[in-house]
Design a protein around this ligand. Structure first.
Ligand code: SF4
Length: 457
């Protein structure tokens, strides 16, 4: 739900009818009990409360997470508050100890002239239409300071449209304090073995397809990869591919992220071995060292060694939230981990137009990394609306291919002319029997075990 709120919050003006209609339909699709209070549905409300408090636990753990969570909760509350009827709004205000008294019609008519002249943007008609509330000065200090409100006998007469700002401010202060308190008590909560795994993974959990089994397995030839990296790879994988081609090497974080992505788009084990070996032996690693030091880990990646787990490609959240790159690394999410100047250069190199770069940098500034990536998709594919919510690099690839191939499956004989950086790496497609076996593993299961094999730089 909060992802949807984030998505719509940067795509539409929050007070617009379009925003409300879209959010309403998305919440309905997600079966979110957005009218629980109105319908007095106890069970729905209980679930809503429980999920909110679980998210508090998961999202109190870092400054970034807290800020993101606060922003989305604010937007959701604003929408829900404005959807309430006048009587329910009054009930809600009392419930949260903000019992502002609604100004009676008689008093409003009596003060109509003053309300009209002291409330910017309010005509006489609007004064008659809107509800006003009597609010103590301490709660309306911002409106008072900006001279946007009528004051009488120690009370501010606040129109409904400004009440939500007061409610939201109040909620922000309370939630922010509560998150700080929760963070402090986390150590004791984390010792509870029922909660610990949930909390560790919830903030970067991913519930979409795991992309470990691809109907495309074996349909991609190695000679297509250079062209595909330009046309259909998200920026994170495009930069890894380029770094590999330039340096003939990637450190272990990059090999994990890129290797599993390639597996997800359809490279067989044999192809993966050939791909990495051909590139590595062009650098400082000889064939023998590759076979001894690296081949095992690639087979492991495909579930052919060790615990024989069929490892799944990383989701965006995993890439964004864990294992940040350090000097000499090329893994991570460029929207999250590159500084703005460097990101700008990367986008220029990808021929993103200047106005698009400005939009992307704005989204990055607001910490909307996946939305920045969606914008990158739109600009590089020349579409106005991406039409899906991006959560996974392999989803990016699949959607890109679907768009470029007009809904058809990946074309086997995709031309690699023009964009190919390394023709010497060309080779025929290999259809192998060693395709990954079906598995229901989730993105994070047992990766620690695998990463132990990738310690060699
Ligand atoms: Fe890659 Fe996801 Fe970042 Fe896009 S948002 S660059 S797909 S990690």
């Amino acid at each position: 739900v909060l992802k949807v709120v984030e998505n719509l919050g940067v795509s539409y003006v929050r007070s617009s009818d379009m925003y409300k209609t879209k959010l309403q339909s998305e919440l309905r699709k997600l079966k979110f009990p957005y009218r629980a209070l109105a319908e007095d549905d106890y069970e729905a409300r209980r679930k809503d409360h429980i999920s909110h408090f679980i998210l508090r636990l998961a999202y109190c753990q870092s400054e970034d997470l807290r800020r993101w969570f606060l922003q989305q909760e604010m937007d959701l509350l604003r929408y829900r508050f404005n959807e309430l009827t006048a009587s329910l709004r009054q009930k809600f205000l009392e419930h949260v100890n903000l019992s502002f008294e609604a100004v009676s019609e008689d008093l409003k008519n009596e003060l109509a002239n003053e309300l009209c002249s002291s409330t910017p943007g309010f005509s006489m008609i609007k004064v008659r239409e809107q509800m006003f509330y009597k609010v103590g000065l301490a709660d309306a200090v911002d409106l008072f300071r900006a001279r946007r409100v009528f004051i009488k006998d120690g009370f501010a007469y606040v129109p409904l449209k400004d009440i939500d700002a007061i409610v939201l401010n109040n909620y922000r202060t309370k939630l922010s304090k509560a998150l700080a308190l929760t963070a402090r008590s986390l150590p004791s909560i984390q010792s509870d073995e029922r909660l610990q795994p949930l909390l560790n993974h919830l903030s970067h959990s991913y519930v979409g397809p795991d992309y470990s089994v691809q109907k495309n397995t074996g349909k991609i030839s190695l000679e297509q990869i250079d062209a595909l990296s330009v046309k259909s790879f998200p920026l994170c994988m495009r930069q890894l591919h380029k770094a590999l081609r330039d340096n003939h090497h990637l450190r272990h974080g990059g090999r994990m992220q890129y290797g599993l992505f390639l597996k997800g788009i359809g490279l067989t084990l044999e192809q993966a071995l050939e791909f990495w070996k051909k590139e590595f032996i062009r650098g400082k690693v000889d064939a023998d060292k590759f076979d001894k030091g690296y081949a095992y880990s690639i087979r492991h990646n495909y579930g052919k060694e060790g615990k024989r787990t069929d490892y799944t490609p990383y989701s965006c959240m995993k890439i964004i939230m864990s294992n940040p790159p350090s000097q000499g690394d090329y893994h991570g999410c460029p929207f999250r981990h590159s500084d703005p100047d460097l990101l700008k250069q990367k986008l220029q190199a990808c021929k993103v137009p200047p106005s698009g770069i400005t939009q992307i940098l704005e989204l990055v500034k607001g910490m909307h990394y996946q939305l920045a990536c969606q914008k990158y998709f739109e600009l590089t594919h020349d579409v106005d609306d991406i039409g899906f919510s991006l959560n996974h690099p392999n989803q990016y690839f699949t959607e890109s291919q679907r768009l470029l191939n007009g809904g058809r499956e990946l074309k086997k004989e995709l031309s690699s002319s023009g964009n190919s950086q390394q023709k010497s790496n060309s080779q025929e497609s290999m259809n192998s029997n060693s395709t990954p076996t079906s598995s229901n593993t989730t993105a994070d299961v047992g990766l620690e075990g695998l990463e132990a094999y990738f310690t060699e730089d």
